[in-house]
Design a protein around this ligand. Structure first.
Ligand SMILES: C[S@@+](CC[C@H](N)C(=O)[O-])C[C@H]1O[C@@H](n2cnc3c(N)ncnc32)[C@H](O)[C@@H]1O
Length: 233
């Protein structure tokens, strides 16, 4: 993992945290936040129940995470993003709706998955509209690369699912190629197929909306983790 840990998929910007977001972080972090430590988390203990665990990486301002938490109360959700204003906004929404099935971490997802998430423990991952890093010299910063996908595979349970979406066509094919090349994963629809948007239960996020304004398309993918002893026939 050293390579992708040195070249990060994000830049910590000094984007303004509003007073309301700062207050939400102060008031609700003890309820929803998990401080990063280099040790495996006991997620059932965190949520005080045994339930399927889903992780969204790069939740931004939390549109999808909030939606998932409301629509799937039988599942627990861990949101990971380094963007503090977005985390503040999300925490306020979680509190307003008295949701108890979400926790938030604000560290690099690679560090969190590597050190805090037990192997074979997660039912589902989402990476929705990750930073596209469209300039050629920045392509190496893209999150969806072979090492990262292998890390996701290692943390998923067998038959667990990995949902991805992007509004950048070349990134969509990069995702497709990287996922198809990983023998742990099977395309949920059919080899090399994108999922029709209507088949994915997710809300319109800020970055999907931005893509629409720019006239971009949208590409959704879902991969399922195969059984351990799967052999290609
Ligand atoms: C383009 S935004 C998309 C936000 C949201 N999913 C949406 O659709 O509106 C990508 C987000 O991923 C976060 N991100 C990128 N790399 C990350 C990493 N390694 N760990 C945690 N968050 C990351 C960024 O901070 C940013 O908020």
């Amino acid at each position: 993992m050293e390579n992708i840990r040195e070249i990060r998929s994000f830049v910590r910007r000094n984007s303004r945290t509003t007073d309301a977001q700062r207050r939400a972080l102060q008031h609700f972090w003890s309820q929803y936040g998990i401080d990063y430590q280099e040790q495996i988390l006991d997620l059932n203990a965190e949520f005080q129940r045994t339930a399927p665990k889903h992780i969204e990486i790069g939740f931004g301002r939390g549109d999808a995470l909030h939606y998932f938490a409301c629509h799937y109360p039988e599942c627990d959700f861990l949101g990971i993003d380094i963007h503090l204003p977005g985390a503040g906004r999300l925490l306020q929404q979680l509190s307003d709706d008295a949701l108890s099935n979400v926790r938030v971490m604000t560290e690099d997802a690679v560090k969190i998955l590597t050190h805090c998430i037990a192997p074979n423990s997660i039912e589902r991952f989402y990476v929705l509209f990750p930073d596209p890093w469209p300039k050629k010299r920045h392509l190496k910063r893209r999150l969806i690369q072979a090492d990262f996908v292998a890390l996701i595979a290692s943390r998923l349970k067998v038959n667990g699912e990995f949902y991805l979406a992007t509004d950048w066509e070349d990134y969509a094919y990069q995702m497709l190629n990287v996922l198809e090349a990983n023998a742990c994963f099977q395309n949920k629809l059919a080899p090399r197929c994108f999922l029709p948007r209507w088949r994915v239960d997710r809300p319109l996020t800020k970055f999907e909306q931005r893509g629409q304004r720019l006239g971009h398309g949208v590409w959704d993918l879902c991969y399922v983790k195969r059984e351990k002893n799967w052999v290609e026939k």
